[in-house]
Design a protein around this ligand. Structure first.
Ligand code: GLP
Length: 242
């Protein structure tokens, strides 16, 4: 495990973006595992800038996103498909057909989970998996539980997660209660994992991830077993870590 210490959110974003940038320079047709949420927004912003400056080429890149809300269509402003289109895909030269997210509107969700695992299998292993960290230690939407779920599955969201994510929704608008998420297996089989963490509210979860023990009650703690984990965190997030 490598821990890269950043001064603040901006510094964390720059350092994490530079790792993705390097990955894309090293392998033009990288398969990137992508995340959503507030933490990674700054990273996407920098990648878009680098693209505009002619430094980055997404034309051969393929992406697999971690998760999607159940019941939100792709055009819904809070769907993760919309988030990815708006914050990255529509701003760079990636081919839309090379961007994959689970379909939260699928009629048969079980089938959709199987199909997404098959897509991951065909494209994988993921070269670099970007992850944020939930305040309760979740990764993707792998929520605290009594076991780790290997494969793509539908997950009922915890109250803390619903509350945390409600900040992105309009007042009075309901946050979906469940989501489809990639399981732990493809994350652990990624060639490298880049965990981006910022802010005091993540400090406890980050400490549990970095110091262990590995437990499904803190899903991110499994990352401690990954051979090539890169953590980029700011000083606020690292406040409980020696
Ligand atoms: C969401 C996403 C996760 C993300 C996490 C942290 O629930 N499903 O992939 O890492 O929350 O989000 P944020 O960066 O907004 O704190």
């Amino acid at each position: 495990m490598r821990i890269i210490r950043a001064k603040d959110y901006k510094d964390m974003s720059e350092k994490a973006a530079s790792i993705i940038w390097a990955q894309m320079l090293l392998k033009k047709n990288s398969v990137l595992g992508l995340a959503t949420g507030g933490t990674v927004l700054g990273i996407y912003e920098i990648l878009c800038e680098k693209y505009m400056e002619g430094e980055l080429d997404f034309s051969s890149v393929k992406t697999l996103n971690l998760d999607e809300y159940v019941g939100l269509e792709g055009r819904h402003p809070q769907s993760y498909r919309h988030y990815m289109d708006k914050n990255l895909f529509e701003k760079v030269n990636i081919l839309k057909n090379n961007t994959f997210l689970p379909n939260g509107l699928a009629e048969d969700l079980k089938r959709e989970c199987k199909d997404y695992d098959e897509t991951i299998r065909q494209l994988g292993p993921i070269d670099l998996q970007l992850l944020g960290l939930g305040r309760n230690g979740h990764i993707g939407f792998n929520e605290p539980d009594d076991h780790f779920e290997d494969n793509t599955h539908v997950r009922r969201l915890n109250e803390t997660t619903i509350k945390d994510n409600s900040r992105f929704f309009e007042m009075g608008e309901e946050v979906p209660k469940s989501a489809i998420t990639m399981g732990i297996k493809p994350i652990m089989e990624s060639k490298a994992v880049l965990l981006a963490v910022s802010g005091v509210e993540k400090a406890k979860a980050l400490k549990a991830v970095l110091n262990g023990p590995v437990t499904p009650s803190v899903p991110g703690s499994i990352l401690g077993k990954h051979e090539n984990l890169i953590v980029v965190a700011d000083l606020d997030a690292l406040m409980h870590v020696g």
